[in-house]
Ligand binder design. Structure first.
Ligand SMILES: Nc1ncnc2c1ncn2[C@@H]1O[C@H](COP(=O)(O)OP(=O)(O)OP(=O)(O)O)[C@@H](O)[C@H]1O
Length: 132
């Protein structure tokens, strides 16, 4: 219902339900249009299954979940930056557009490195314990 009502809407959302529908549309756009976002979701699912398989403890889960959400949040910010920059420069080359997009992509890379470090620190000892 909210989907039908908000075609070409530019004003504020009228209620919580409408806000929620727009938020879900945003997530759907991430899933269907952003290849890197899908990759991060798959990597997160893999880490989640590995955590279950290796029976990691609650503290380890907190770090894994933090790392997963940090990468997803960075990817969301990256998509926002790319979209807004494209809206502003409209297919023209701009050194500032390049800087904004490259910095946003750098943020994703930094968060992904953090997630890899956390994954190694947690999964490698758990795996070694399992095979001993
Ligand atoms: N308007 C522009 N002006 C200058 N450089 C640009 C512009 N648009 C894109 N670029 C350069 O091209 C790169 C890729 O931009 P693009 O918008 O395709 O991001 P993307 O490939 O979707 O990024 P990601 O892989 O993070 O999803 C940017 O990081 C930037 O270096």
């Amino acid at each position: 219902m909210a989907l039908k009502d908000n075609v070409k809407q530019i004003g504020k959302n009228k209620n919580f339900c409408q806000s929620l529908m727009h938020a879900l549309q945003g997530i759907w756009a991430l899933v269907t249009e952003e290849r890197n976002f899908r990759f991060h979701i798959l990597a997160s699912a893999f880490a989640f299954m590995l955590g279950i398989f290796l029976k990691i403890n609650i503290n380890d889960w907190l770090w894994i979940v933090t790392a997963i959400f940090l990468v997803i949040a960075a990817e969301v910010l990256n998509t926002i930056v790319e979209t807004v920059v494209d809206l502003i420069v409209d297919n023209h080359y701009s050194i500032l557009a390049k800087k904004a997009k490259d910095v946003a992509a750098g943020g994703v890379l930094i968060s992904a490195l953090f997630a890899i470090i956390i994954g190694c620190l947690i999964f490698i000892p758990s795996f070694l314990k399992l095979i001993r």
